[in-house]
Design a binder for this molecule. Structure first.
Ligand code: F6R
Length: 259
């Protein structure tokens, strides 16, 4: 836990600002930055800030490589707009100077469709390590699509999504039956190889997972986020709602000890 840096923000805007600053500083520190990226609600404001930083000339993505955490399996053609590839183009890639061939998804390598997830790992080990990995947090404590029960040494693989994750994802689909039940996800072992990790979470629905995390001192398979305890450079950036179930005295001490 000593290496975890916790930042509690007053609101989501502050999370977006702090997280995008940490990412842009990492980009400036590296000639060929390698970013690990996430999708979902949590990173949208962060990507908006990175686009602004690109527009005002602060950062460029020309030499940046990206590896996304996950992608759905079995998405219907008509639901392509719900693919994480579409999300990334829409929320970041089409708005900055990144080369699409330098963007990798577990099911899409550069521009090529891929069904051999091991290849994703091979490319990552050749072009990596990831300089900074951005993570969101599932209400059940998942990171990437590593659901409870995932091994800390897991690698990129096909995963079955839990009913709670399928329910959370269903808001993006017309019918419940169209929501994919499987995805390909980087493993916990893969994620932990990133040099720096930044997990962001906002809202009350994340408060149980955040509380469980700070009640633990070691990895517990039931809370995949707890694998971050073993990492040596992790930021956890959350808002007051996500922090609302934390024991105030304990967290004050934690913040002082980990300054
Ligand atoms: C997405 C991902 C997931 C999400 C998580 C939180 O690439 O890997 O772990 O980060 O489900 O989703 P939101 O941000 O929508 O609450």
């Amino acid at each position: 836990m000593e290496s975890i840096k916790l930042i509690i923000c007053k609101d989501k805007n502050e999370i977006d600002k702090i997280a995008s600053n940490i990412i842009s500083e990492t980009m400036k520190d590296n000639k060929k930055p390698v970013l690990g990226l996430a999708t979902g609600k949590s990173p949208i404001g962060i990507y908006k800030n990175l686009i602004s930083k690109f527009n005002n000339g602060e950062i460029s993505f020309k030499k940046t490589l990206t590896f996304n955490l996950d992608e759905y399996l079995g998405l219907k053609e008509a639901d392509h707009n719900n693919s994480y590839e579409f999300y990334m183009s829409d929320n970041l890639f089409d708005k900055v100077d990144i080369k699409k061939k330098n963007t990798y998804f577990p099911t899409l390598l550069g521009k090529k469709e891929n069904k051999d997830w091991e290849k994703f790992e091979k490319i990552l080990s050749k072009k990596g390590p990831i300089d900074i990995q951005l993570l969101g947090l599932g209400t059940n404590g998942h990171i990437g699509f590593n659901e409870p029960g995932s091994s800390i040494t897991s690698r990129t693989r096909v995963v079955d999504l839990t009913p709670s994750t399928i329910k959370s994802n269903s808001v993006y689909f017309k019918s419940k039956d169209d929501v994919p039940t499987q995805a390909v996800s980087m493993g916990l072992g893969t994620i932990l190889e990133a040099k720096k990790i930044i997990l962001v979470a906002f809202g009350k629905e994340k408060s149980d997972a955040i509380k469980k995390f700070f009640d633990l001192n070691e990895f517990d398979e039931e809370l995949p986020m707890s694998s971050l305890i073993t990492h040596n450079d992790t930021y956890i950036v959350i808002d007051e709602a996500a922090a609302s179930k934390l024991n105030k005295t304990k967290i004050k001490k934690f913040l002082l000890d980990n300054k």
